[in-house]
Design a protein around this ligand. Structure first.
Ligand SMILES: *[C@@H]1O[C@H](CO)[C@@H](O)[C@H](O)[C@H]1NC(C)=O
Length: 129
């Protein structure tokens, strides 16, 4: 392998390492469905939107007095199932199975106790950064 091939390998390695260090930008709904008063700070004063997104957080500077770089909502199986827990509209009953919930075309997530586990999906049209 000549020096060119070696340089190519080094470049690949560096790119790979960068990809590992940089988190993925959260999906639009994970950001825009977080109400401003519920935001949990994820950055430092003066962080840019790119730095914030690169660290896997959400950026929105349109509301004063709340964190601009904040934690995204948890990932769900589908983007239309991403929402604050308070926004869940019950689509099932206590103890419903994931299969029964899916047969109702609803979202299932049982990670939080005392809230609906089967809930109606929301349109993703209004999700944006
Ligand atoms: C920023 O957040 C506010 C309040 O949630 C929202 O109304 C606005 O559309 C958002 N702006 C962007 C660009 O996401």
């Amino acid at each position: 392998m000549g020096p060119r091939g070696f340089g190519f390998l080094v470049a690949l390695l560096v790119l790979g390492l960068c990809a590992l260090a940089v988190s993925e930008k959260p999906s639009p709904c994970r950001c825009s469905r977080t109400s401003p008063e519920k935001r949990k700070n994820c950055g430092f004063p003066g962080i840019t939107s790119n730095q914030c997104f690169d660290s896997g957080c959400c950026f929105n500077s349109s509301v004063r007095g709340v964190p601009w770089c904040f934690n995204p909502l948890p990932v769900q199986d589908a983007e239309q199932c991403v929402m604050e827990v308070e926004a869940r509209k019950n689509c099932g009953y206590p103890g419903i199975s994931p299969e029964e919930c899916a047969s109702r075309n609803c979202c299932f997530s049982d990670t939080i106790p005392q809230v609906p586990w089967c809930f109606f999906p929301l349109s993703v049209q209004d999700c944006h950064y």
